[in-house]
Design a protein around this ligand. Structure first.
Ligand code: C5P
Length: 234
């Protein structure tokens, strides 16, 4: 497969066209941003880790009947993915209060939720990705009610699969963000699943093994990312 022109450059990834009109190449960068781009930095080898970790987790999900955009790993920093029209939604799943939820509801970080909490945000940097509900999604045509229903079902199922999977590696899946797209008329999982998009805490020590180490200047950012991939590969 031939890598052609760059189609899009985001904060953490680049997307390239290929000579196969149904396949694209995603390149994972070491660039890190937080707080809607206000904080910028580099996490060495993050691109390699996020590429490998996303590939591994997409495979785990595919084996459990979740359709994803993943086709195959190309090299350390690149994967081949299916063509998708990304829905402008961030789908956030929460098992334990942390981050913006803890702040918004005045909860102590680490408070277990009695049920899984699902949130939608409108993916729009200029607006700061505001939280929206299903009525907003329908009202401004971000997705159809049928697509939203599928997204919700997939998100809960993905949470079950990943909570168990990370749990076996002695990691608590606190919360995470998903993005979905439309491929051949069907909703499929896209984007990435990595310590950039998940909160992952060591089960025993509750040490943060994710991007909060960068957001909050906690140090040992690279080590935390490496630690997670190392555990998943064991
Ligand atoms: O910041 P907040 O607490 O709302 O984040 C919830 C989860 O979604 C976290 O795991 C965070 O890493 C992820 N997230 C993301 N990209 C965003 C916003 C949140 O990956 N733009």
């Amino acid at each position: 497969m031939k890598k052609l022109d760059m189609l899009y450059e985001g904060k953490a990834k680049k997307v390239y066209k290929t000579d196969d009109s149904n396949a694209y190449i995603i390149e994972y960068k070491d660039d890190a941003t937080a707080f809607n781009g206000e904080k910028k930095g580099t996490i060495l080898q993050k691109g390699v880790i996020n590429n490998k970790m996303s590939a591994l987790l997409f495979k785990v999900l595919e084996e459990r009947d979740i359709p994803t955009h993943f086709i195959e790993l190309l090299n350390d920093r690149e994967m081949i993915v299916k063509d998708v029209d990304i829905l402008p939604l961030e789908v956030i799943v929460r098992n334990v209060a942390a981050g913006s939820l803890a702040k918004r509801l005045g909860l102590e970080e680490g408070t277990k939720m009695k049920n899984t909490v699902l949130e939608f945000c409108y993916k729009d940097d200029d607006l700061g990705d505001p939280m929206i509900n299903e009525y907003h999604i329908e009202a401004i045509d971000l997705a159809t009610p049928n697509q939203v229903e599928k997204i919700k079902n997939y998100a809960f199922k993905i949470n079950e699969i990943l909570t168990k999977y990370f749990g076996e590696k002695n990691i608590d899946l606190i919360d995470f963000k998903l993005e979905f797209g439309i491929h051949k008329g069907e909703v499929i999982l896209a984007d990435e699943i990595s310590p950039d998009t998940c909160r992952l805490w060591d089960k025993n020590s509750k040490e943060k093994l994710d991007k909060d180490r960068f957001r909050r200047d906690l140090g040992n950012v690279e080590d935390a990312y490496k630690e997670v991939l190392g555990r998943l590969n064991n």
